[in-house]
Structures are given as structure tokens and as C-alpha cells.
Design a protein. Structure first.
Length: 609
């Protein structure tokens, strides 16, 4: 949450910051601001609303080669110019991503020094504290400040008397850094640095980066130089642009076949049989032996991918698997030991609750494996094992390609695990792997039908409430369909295990209420059809999704609309059905005239709890 950027170099800083902020805007977009060193000192400009509004407000004479910028997702204090970053106190101007938990108590203390906050933010306390400790030695002031701060932070700081220098420090919140011939830059994520370099490093926690025109010097808080680990990304600028699509979400929906292929490719080792191979991931079969319990924990869409993973793993391994919402797990009392495997799932790899769940799992002695999209992110770095998804940058707040890449990772994991513990033979795994290999093609076929989903979305556009129903894998997918729809269309929706509906919720299904019914799983198909009849009998407007081959079973009048996914083994149906649900959400949001990529109140990477 909140996007932060700093640039120091040979280009026009104001322009570089605006470009970077536009790229980081998906992290928060209620207000934005920049601060630059100019001949007149540090100049700050802020504005409520999106980055485009800030850009229009910038004075032409703001000439600078060094500055910092911030796009905000409000946590403490409403959306207003005074609460927007950068914040300034005396000698210090800074931007912050994270939450200072003890800000209240610190504010009281600082008031005694004559410093009174102007805003309602937690951040202003950090700038006041830093200013109170700054006597000309940046490191000394930073040492004193971070000693007192509780919570999470990534700061970019400018001291008025240290022209063209930016100091950065972080704990919990992400910050990546790169240097190039044009200058040095830091940002919340690589999307905003790609125009400078593909090589970068993650600023280690509690270490300080001093950013100048020609170099980034990293030291510990005592001033000892350290060499951070360099990383590189394997995608380019075009991966982070719309490339002719109206929205990032639509582009990312279309990228799914490719992102799945990229996730599969390094793990597809073909011999006599096709077996998933994690040798490049450093995951040995030994990890799978002696596992007595698996816990999957994540948030939102990533958690829904985990729900799918649970069914697959439990079905094939016969080991108990549970899925926990990370924000509940971290404050619960999970029963874990060295025979437990905890799987964390996260696109960003920075989600605060998932990161805390990981730390708790490690503390309890469990083995940890994360399924993460962003290379070098906190969750990836702190987990014992990482299975990267290779979805590329996902910009739309609504997750699509990351979700299906996470499913791919779960399928690979399940098949290898089952093989390692002798629950599936090489031949059986190979059969499944062939199916998995064909998923990309099936999704392409589904995407060819997008006009049908576009047309159908017109029927959903006026809805106030909507239900998704399904059983087994279809129920797990219903949960994802529902979150996708509500986050971008603002239509209230719920996902229900189809058999559960009659235990209360059926009372809400009245004439014309849309029900999207997923019936792609053969073992529960007839049960699902009975549930569809139940809602139809109450006047629901039913959109039924079945698999090719089941058309004959769908009697006249059972549904208002019938969508058919291509034939495949049942286990792979969620991939193609997901495309339908994503497109329905996308087009419905478009018809409602909403901001598809940046829905209200939300942000892409939730780095606060
Ligand atoms: C999905 O559409 C959401 N925007 C959201 O639920 C997201 O999946 C969740 O915040 C988890 O994010 P992560 O994968 O980066 O951890």
C-alpha cells in the first residue's frame, strides 16, 4: 500500500517522479505528492486524487535532479492534502509506506519539544522525531529514530542541508533500489524502476541507503558498508504496460495462457514420463516426506488459490490440509510442529498478514514453502522454500493472471508431492501433467468467446446482489468469482457451497437475482443440477457453467444462460471457468462505468494489517 519513489540523477526529477508514481499508482491512489531539491530549497507539492491531478499542479519552474514522491492509500487520517505525503518538519522532509503503531505516544512526547502535528497521520510523528534528533549526522538521527518506532516502514528522507541526497531505511515494507547512467532510483517495487535498469537490490531491513546522483551507498546503522544481493528481472517495460488493451485487467486476463506456460516451463522435465521437477527451485522430495499436516495461509485471491490447492492436495495425498485466512492465522494459536508444512501464497510477496503468518509458522518450527510472484520479496526471502509463479508484473488491483499461475503452482506441487510419497505412479503423474500442459490452449479457446461474456454482462450490470454457487473445486472457484465481481463492480455478491444455500441464504434468492452456477465437476454434477433447480424455482436468473459434453443433460428452462467450457479432465476445469468469471466481472464493471483497474478503497499490495 502506498507507492514511494526517489530519484537522484541527470534527468528532470519532477518528470521522473511523476512517471514512477503513475506506475506505482495501483498501490494507492487517494492523494499524491512530491518533494524536490531546487535552488530555493526543498519544494513540496501535494494534491488530493490521482497522480494526473498532481502533475497538473506542478509549477514549471520546479527544476531539480533529486526528489521523492508518494501515492497514498489512507490508513491514519482521511483523504486530504494535509495528510498527503511528503511530510515536513524543520530540516526533514520524508515519505513513508507502512504504519507507525506507537505514533500516539510519540506525538505526546514530541509535543513537549514544541513540535505539533499538522496532519492526522502516523507518518508525521516519524518526521518530527527525526527532526528532533537530527543535529547534522543523518545516521545518528536515523539510529535514534528507528529505535523508537514500532510498526512497519519504508522511508525516503531528504535533509534540507544535504542537497541532492536521499536517505532510505525500511522495516517490513518493501523498497528496491537500482542505479544507471541516468541516475539512481528507489521505489516500492520494480515496476517503477524498470526504465532505468533490470538489475536491482532489495534494501535489507535496518540498513541505510544513501542515494546520490552516481551511486547508492548501503551501510548498517553504524556506518559499516554492506553489499546487498543483486537481483535481476526477466520481464521488460512492455510487460508493465497496457499494450493496446483498454485496461490492465483485460490485458492480464489475456496473458494467462502465457503466464501459465512460463510457470510450467522450468518445471516440466520430459523423460519417459513428464514429472514436475523442482530442482531449479531447490526443492527436494525430502521436503515432502514425513509431512503430517499441511496448512495453507494467504489473503484474498491468493487464499482462494489455496482453497483449490487444499482440495487437490488432500484428495491425492490423504494428508489433512487446512486453509487459513492469514489475518486470523497470525493471531490464532495454530497447532504446528516440525512435521507441519505451511504454504504461504502471495502475488506481491509483501502482504503484511501473510508475512506475519510465515514468521509465526517458522517460530512454531514448521517448514515453510511460499508460492510468490515477485522475486526477492519479503515472503520469498524469508520462506524456507519458494516456488515462484512467473506471471510477470500484475498491475490491475483485481488479481487474474497471478491467481491462475498460483493454481498452476499448486497443481505442480500436488503432483510432485503425490509422486514423492508414492500416492501416484510416474505414469499417473505424467497423465496429469499432460493435462496441465494443455490448460493454456484451453484458456485461449475460452478467451475466443469473450464477446459472449461481454454480451452476458449486460444482464448483470443492474444487479444489486448476486450469488455464485458450486461444489468442490467449483465452490473454491465461486469464492474467487465473487471477490472479483464485488471488488470491481461494487455489486454485493456471495459465494456459497451449493448444498449450503438452503440452510439460510436461499431466502435471499428471489425473482431476477442473478445466480452464477458452476457445474463442471462430474462427481457432483447431478447434485449441482438439483441446486440449480432450487434457485430457478425461486425465480433466480441463472447463468449455468458446464463442461463440453454435458449439454444434453441441461434441460430446457433450467437456466437463463448456458456457458460451456472446453472438455478436459475435471481437475483442470477451474482454469477455463476462471476466465469466464474474470471476464464477467470485467465487462460488468466497464458497463457500470467504473474504474476497473483501481477500484475504490482498495490497493494492490496490502502491506498494512
Ligand atoms: C485480488 O483481486 C485482490 N486484489 C486481493 O484479494 C489480493 O489477492 C490479496 O490482497 C492478496 O495479495 P497478495 O497475493 O499480494 O498477497
Amino acid at each position: 500500500m502506498c507507492g514511494i519513489i526517489g530519484f537522484c540523477g541527470y534527468l528532470n526529477a519532477k518528470e521522473e517522479l511523476i512517471k514512477g508514481l503513475a506506475e506505482l499508482e495501483y498501490r494507492g491512489y487517494d492523494s499524491a505528492g512530491i518533494a524536490c531539491f531546487t535552488d530555493r530549497g526543498i519544494e513540496v507539492v501535494k494534491s488530493v486524487g490521482k497522480v494526473a491531478g498532481l502533475e497538473n499542479k506542478l509549477p514549471p519552474q520546479m527544476e531539480s535532479g533529486c526528489g521523492i514522491g508518494h501515492t497514498r492509500w489512507a490508513t491514519h487520517g482521511g483523504v486530504s492534502e494535509v495528510n498527503a505525503h511528503p511530510h515536513r518538519c524543520g530540516n526533514v522532509t520524508l515519505i513513508h509506506n507502512g504504519i507507525i503503531e506507537n505514533y500516539h505516544e510519540l506525538a505526546k512526547e514530541l509535543e513537549k519539544t514544541g513540535r505539533t502535528p499538522l496532519s492526522q497521520t502516523d507518518t508525521e510523528v516519524a518526521v518530527m522525531l527525526l527532526d528532533s534528533l537530527y543535529k547534522g549526522d543523518a545516521l545518528e538521527a536515523l539510529r535514534g529514530t528507528v529505535e523508537r518506532l514500532e510498526g512497519a516502514y519504508a522511508f525516503c528522507i531528504m535533509f534540507a542541508d544535504r542537497k541532492d541526497e536521499i536517505y532510505c531505511i525500511r522495516k517490513g515494507s518493501p523498497l528496491v533500489c537500482c542505479s544507471s547512467e541516468e541516475g539512481c532510483a528507489v521505489a516500492s517495487d520494480m515496476v517503477a524502476l524498470l526504465r532505468y535498469s533490470k538489475e536491482y537490490f532489495v534494501l535489507p531491513e535496518h540498513q541505510v541507503a544513501k542515494v546520490t546522483k552516481n551511486a547508492i551507498l548501503v551501510t548498517d546503522l553504524e556506518g559499516m558498508e554492506v553489499s546487498p544481493v543483486m537481483l535481476s528481472i526477466n520481464w521488460d517495460m512492455s510487460a508493465a504496460q497496457k499494450n493496446g488493451f483498454k485496461h490492465y485487467m483485460l490485458k492480464e486476463i489475456h496473458e494467462q495462457p502465457e503466464s501459465i506456460r512460463r510457470t510450467l516451463a522450468p518445471r516440466m522435465k520430459k523423460g519417459e514420463y513428464i514429472l514436475p521437477d523442482f530442482s531449479e527451485d531447490g526443492i527436494e522430495d525430502e521436503l515432502f516426506l514425513n509431512v503430517g499436516r499441511i496448512v495453507i495461509t494467504a489473503c484474498g485471491t491468493a487464499m482462494h488459490a489455496g482453497m483449490m490447492g487444499r482440495i487437490l492436495l488432500e484428495r491425492l495425498l490423504r494428508i489433512p490440509v487446512s486453509v487459513e485466512i492469514a489475518s486470523e492465522f497470525r493471531y490464532g494459536e495454530p497447532i504446528l510442529n516440525e512435521k507441519s508444512l505451511v504454504i504461504l501464497v502471495s502475488q506481491s510477496g509483501e502482504t503484511a498478514d501473510t508475512l506475519a503468518a510465515l514468521r509465526l509458522a517458522k517460530e512454531k518450527g514448521a517448514k515453510t514453502l511460499s508460492v510468490v510472484n515477485v522475486k526477492g520479496s519479503s515472503i520469498a526471502r524469508e520462506s524456507d522454500y519458494v516456488l515462484y509463479t512467473h506471471a510477470g508484473p500484475e498491475i490491475a488491483v483485481a488479481s487474474t493472471k497471478a491467481y491462475t499461475a498460483q493454481l498452476t503452482a499448486f497443481y505442480l506441487l500436488t503432483f510432485r508431492f503425490a509422486y514423492a510419497v508414492g500416492k501416484l505412479t510416474a505414469k499417473e503423474v505424467s497423465g496429469y501433467m499432460q493435462g496441465l500442459n494443455e490448460v493454456g490452449e484451453l484458456m485461449e479457446k475460452m478467451l475466443e468467446q469473450k464477446d459472449r461474456m461481454k454480451e452476458l454482462s449486460k444482464r448483470l450490470t443492474p444487479a444489486q446482489d448476486l450469488f455464485f454457487i458450486g461444489r468442490s473445486l467449483d465452490y473454491a472457484l465461486s469464492c474467487e468469482g465473487s471477490i472479483k465481481l464485488k471488488e470491481i463492480t461494487y455489486i454485493h455478491s456471495e459465494a456459497y457451497a451449493a448444498g449450503e444455500l438452503k440452510h439460510g441464504t436461499l431466502s435471499l434468492v428471489t425473482g431476477g437475482v442473478p445466480v452464477i452456477a458452476l457445474a463442471t465437476q462430474s462427481d457432483v454434477f447431478s447434485k449441482m443440477i438439483s441446486n440449480v433447480k432450487e434457485v430457478r424455482a425461486r425465480g433466480a436468473m441463472v447463468i449455468l457453467i458446464t463442461k463440453e459434453g454435458n449439454e444434453a443433460v441441461v434441460e430446457n428452462g433450467i437456466c437463463d444462460e448456458h456457458l460451456v467450457i472446453p472438455a478436459s479432465h475435471d481437475v483442470f476445469a477451474p482454469f477455463t471457468a476462471a476466465v469466464i468469471l474474470q471476464l464477467l466481472a470485467y465487462y460488468t464493471s466497464s458497463y457500470r462505468g467504473l474504474d476497473v483497474d483501481q477500484p475504490r478503497n482498495l490497493a494492490k499490495s496490502v502491506t498494512v494489517e
